[in-house]
Design a protein around this ligand. Structure first.
Ligand SMILES: Nc1ncnc2c1ncn2[C@@H]1O[C@H](COP(=O)(O)OP(=O)(O)O)[C@@H](O)[C@H]1O
Ligand SMILES: [Mg+2]
Length: 303
């Protein structure tokens, strides 16, 4: 499989601190690669370097086996970009936004018109072609931004927090559209701070915190590597102090406020122990990326 992005020792420094502190990753053709991390982790800075909007302060970047440099004419056509902030033209219609964007890539209006129906169907905006952008919902705008990024038929699409601020219905619809793109063989690079989004969409993930990689791998690999497979959450409802003798229970226990978290490969024994504690609320679930993230970064607030 061919490498679409190769980043080695990627660095970006702002006065006083390193936003990206020397990170390495590779993105293979056809995969959905995610950068997962909290606000300020360096996700957008990394994307901006990948798309040539920000210079590197160190390291090396290759895209499609070519060294990256800003304003590279063929590369820019091969990369579709969906930035974190909506930057559609509110005074133009949906269709006009696509036409104007196509001109940046040297596409004639006729060429964009020929693709227009397909793009509108993709975005589920086929009956909104003449609607003004300012009349669209947040989810529609995001779908239009994604459709717009497809105007020049890119091989790689880079999306910065594609669903932040959207309601669950709108988010699920975006996930479907991104999966459809991946099935068409488009390579996707996205950032998110939603663990569930990363788990739902990404073949491989890089967990970024304070400009540094904590780990990378597939969601299932990351979970298997860092946490026990089953989690029992026991909410005390004010009664935790009454529980005696927990040390014989299998696995690892963490107490956070009035909740006990048991990470184990034997959740049934733990549930069995708590069966007679009627004042407690017990919940069993599989371990997830959030558990991995909290294990790697700790639970205390960082700011
Ligand atoms: N243009 C800039 N000038 C100075 N600091 C910046 C700039 N852009 C980002 N930063 C800082 O770099 C760090 C990483 O920012 P960013 O890449 O936007 O994080 P994320 O997208 O993960 O929230 C943050 O501490 C942010 O304040
Ligand atoms: Mg960001």
């Amino acid at each position: 499989m061919a490498e679409v992005v190769l980043a080695a020792g990627l660095q970006k420094e702002y006065p006083g601190h390193k936003a990206v502190a020397g990170i390495d990753f590779e993105i293979m053709a056809g995969e959905c690669f995610g950068i997962l991390g909290p606000n300020g982790a360096g996700k957008s800075t990394t994307l901006r370097m990948v798309i040539g909007l920000t210079d590197l302060d160190g390291g090396r970047l290759e895209l499609f086996d070519q060294p990256m440099y800003p304003e590279h004419p063929t590369l820019s056509k091969m990369i579709g970009v969906v930035p974190q902030e909506d930057n559609l033209d509110p005074d133009l219609s949906v269709g006009e936004n696509l036409l104007v964007y196509g001109r940046y890539f040297g596409l004639s209006d006729k060429e964009v018109q020929a693709k227009m129906d397909e793009l509108l169907v993709f975005a589920q905006l086929e009956d909104r072609k003449n609607a003004m952008v300012r009349e669209l919902s947040g989810g529609m705008m995001r779908r239009l931004m994604i459709a717009r990024s497809l105007v020049a038929s890119p091989d790689l699409i880079v999306l910065d927090e594609p669903t932040t601020g959207l309601d669950p219905q709108a988010r699920h619809l975006i996930w479907q559209r991104l999966r459809a793109l991946r099935e068409q063989g488009v390579t996707l690079l996205l950032t998110t701070h939603y663990m569930e989004e990363a788990a739902q969409l990404c073949d491989r993930l890089l967990i970024l915190n304070r400009g540094q990689i904590l780990d990378q791998g597939s969601p299932t690999q990351l979970i298997a590597r860092h946490v026990e497979p089953e989690v029992v959450e026991v909410r005390g409802n004010g009664n935790l102090a009454n529980i005696k003798e927990l040390s014989h229970l299998p696995g690892r226990m963490e107490q956070v406020g009035d909740t006990l978290f048991f990470y184990s490969d034997d959740a049934h024994t733990i549930l069995g122990f708590f069966r007679d504690h009627h004042h407690l609320t017990c919940l069993m679930r599989p371990a997830n990326l959030e558990d991995v993230f909290l294990k790697l970064t700790g639970r205390e607030l960082k700011d």
